[in-house]
Design a protein around this ligand. Structure first.
Ligand SMILES: Cc1cc2nc3c(=O)[nH]c(=O)nc-3n(C[C@H](O)[C@H](O)[C@H](O)COP(=O)(O)OP(=O)(O)OC[C@H]3O[C@@H](n4cnc5c(N)ncnc54)[C@H](O)[C@@H]3O)c2cc1C
Ligand code: FES
Length: 276
């Protein structure tokens, strides 16, 4: 059993939990994820390792309550335990060695997944510009933490409620056109956002890494659930990724695959919430 040591509400839909998992904390690296089960009969869901502390033996996860399992997870409190907590899974992020300036783009909850990448690049001495986009100011996440690991932070909101109206792609284009020479862009968020960031950076020839949030079941490359097409080849996000070259990913196919279980997902969610 894996004990919840700390629980924090980051905004109305997003919660942070620090979990006691010493063996995973010892091996974890930026870019990797865990798969958990809340209880014995629960489904397995992947969540990114948002932070880790090998000395304390803890893993931090940040999750958005979008459906049955994440809502159930959100009902647990400090002192409760999770049934399973498996990891670290996936390949650790690999950054080209000659990177001097990088832009880290987070869309909504993707900001929590991008944060460890910004932290790692900052630790390596790379100049980091973080651009994080949200629907409105109440959903802004990890702003203080991003400032700690970035040379510049730009927060955008779709409705302009924080004074910086627009999408992350607008802010990134502005930065590039005002002379910032990024060697690398990392984009993490909804598939549609990663698609448009990748289209933009392709025009400028900037290497772009995206993190594919495919449907995952076993997380070990055996079930085939998480397959994505990259440069015309089939890859498994759980073992070949989750990071891939954004210029090579077939995003349209990935978007079709992600909607595959919409009906049963919404049925399970309604049953959980007691909605007819
Ligand atoms: C490698 C990886 C890392 C991830 N890291 C995080 C994380 O750090 N924090 C976090 O909140 N979420 C993360 N996710 C997404 C998370 O796994 C899903 O939100 C979760 O499985 C949804 O389960 P559910 O039963 O609550 O909702 P479901 O009922 O399964 O889904 C509810 C809604 O969410 C959408 N959805 C389902 N799965 C995904 C997915 N994989 N990506 C995007 N949308 C999805 C569905 O289309 C549906 O509209 C990650 C996914 C992957 C593959
Ligand atoms: S989750 Fe089964 S192959 Fe990746």
């Amino acid at each position: 059993m894996y004990k919840i040591l700390r629980k924090q509400t980051l905004n109305e839909q997003v919660k942070l939990m620090e979990i006691e998992a010493p063996l995973i904390a010892k091996k974890a690296k930026a870019g990797q994820f865990i798969i958990l089960r809340v209880h014995e009969n629960g489904e397995r869901i992947p969540l990114t390792i948002s932070d880790y502390d090998a000395a304390k033996g803890t893993i931090t996860i940040i999750f958005q309550e979008v459906g049955k399992t994440t809502m159930l997870l959100g009902t647990l409190e400090e002192g409760d335990s999770l049934q399973d907590f498996v990891g670290p899974l996936g390949k650790a992020s690999h950054f080209p060695e000659d990177i001097k300036k990088a832009a880290i783009i987070g869309g909504g909850l993707g900001t929590a997944i991008a944060y460890p990448q910004a932290k790692e690049l900052h630790r390596l001495g790379v100049e980091v510009t973080s651009i994080a986009g949200f629907r409105n100011k109440d959903l802004v996440l990890l702003e203080k933490e991003l400032h700690e690991v970035s040379d510049k932070v730009i927060i955008t909101t779709d409705d302009g409620s924080n004074g910086n109206k627009g999408f992350v792609t607008d802010a990134l284009k502005n930065e590039i056109e005002s002379g910032e020479n990024f060697d690398l862009v990392i984009a993490i968020g909804p598939l549609i956002m990663m698609k448009f960031v990748s289209q933009l950076t392709k025009q400028y020839g900037i290497k772009t890494i995206v993190s594919m949030n495919s449907i995952m079941i076993d997380g070990t490359g055996m079930c085939g659930g998480c397959r994505v097409t990259v440069a015309g080849e089939t890859k498994f996000a759980c073992v070949d990724g989750p990071d891939f070259d954004g210029h090579e990913v077939d995003f349209d196919q990935a978007m079709r695959r992600q909607g595959m279980y919409k009906e049963p997902e919404s049925e399970a969610c309604n049953l959980f919430k007691g909605v007819e």
